[in-house]
Design a binder for this molecule. Structure first.
Ligand code: HEM
Length: 187
């Protein structure tokens, strides 16, 4: 009987280990439940929904900052998108929770747009011009500066990369490989 309990406990541990990624800046081959690749940009996105939390990770080739954004629909270009940018500030990688209020130009920090930083955990590494970034956030933060992520619903996912770490410097246009939009993305 004791053996059965031990086995069950081990199985439960294994499931937990698979279900909840470790936000440490490395993406294990079996760490996340779902994967999607955007071939033109060389971006791989991978994620797990655990309870009310989204664990999201991405590798994106970029010499400078890299960004990803989520939206439930496109209204006017990228206006209203829930953006996340990873860059280097004060010699350390940072992952910023941002909001795209304008139809063009840079997103702003959620804090400056009436929201707050909803990132629970984050880690990022920039090596050989490729970002590896992991972060977690509530699926629904309740803030107007974050889109509510509903697993199973079609959403918009956008990405962008830049040639330097300065957030005041824009990405190249999408037709030159600096930004992309995926419609019908399902978490
Ligand atoms: C998460 C980060 C970001 C994402 C995912 C993103 C994504 C996009 C997308 C999909 C477009 C429209 C497609 C196109 O360029 O043809 C766009 C346009 C634009 N973005 Fe971004 N962007 C981000 C950050 C920034 C930043 C930091 C800047 C400026 C410092 C910027 C400046 C612009 C400008 C000026 C346009 C208008 C392009 C045009 O009309 O030619 N973006 N962005």
């Amino acid at each position: 009987m004791k053996k059965v309990f031990t086995l069950l406990a081990l199985l439960a541990l294994a499931t937990l280990a698979w279900a909840q990624p470790t936000v440490d800046g490395t993406i294990g081959s079996d760490e996340y439940a779902n994967t999607a690749a955007h071939e033109d940009s060389g971006t791989t996105m991978t994620w797990t929904v655990e309870g009310d939390t989204l664990y999201f990770a991405m590798t994106m080739p970029s010499r400078g900052w890299a960004g990803v954004g989520f939206a439930s629909e496109i209204t006017d270009r990228k206006q209203g998108f829930d953006m996340y940018i990873v860059t280097i500030q004060d010699d350390a990688p940072v992952v910023l929770d941002m909001y795209q209020a304008a139809t063009r130009n840079a997103p702003e920090l959620d804090e400056d747009e009436g929201g707050s930083n909803s990132i629970l955990e984050s880690a990022a590494v920039h090596a050989d011009d490729v970002w590896t970034v992991e972060f977690s956030r509530p699926l629904d933060t309740g803030e107007a500066t974050d889109v509510a992520i509903v697993p199973g619903n079609e959403m918009i996912v956008t990405g962008a990369s830049a040639v330097n770490m300065d957030l005041a410097r824009r990405h190249e246009r999408s037709n030159r490989g600096g930004a992309f939009v995926i419609e019908g993305f399902v978490f």
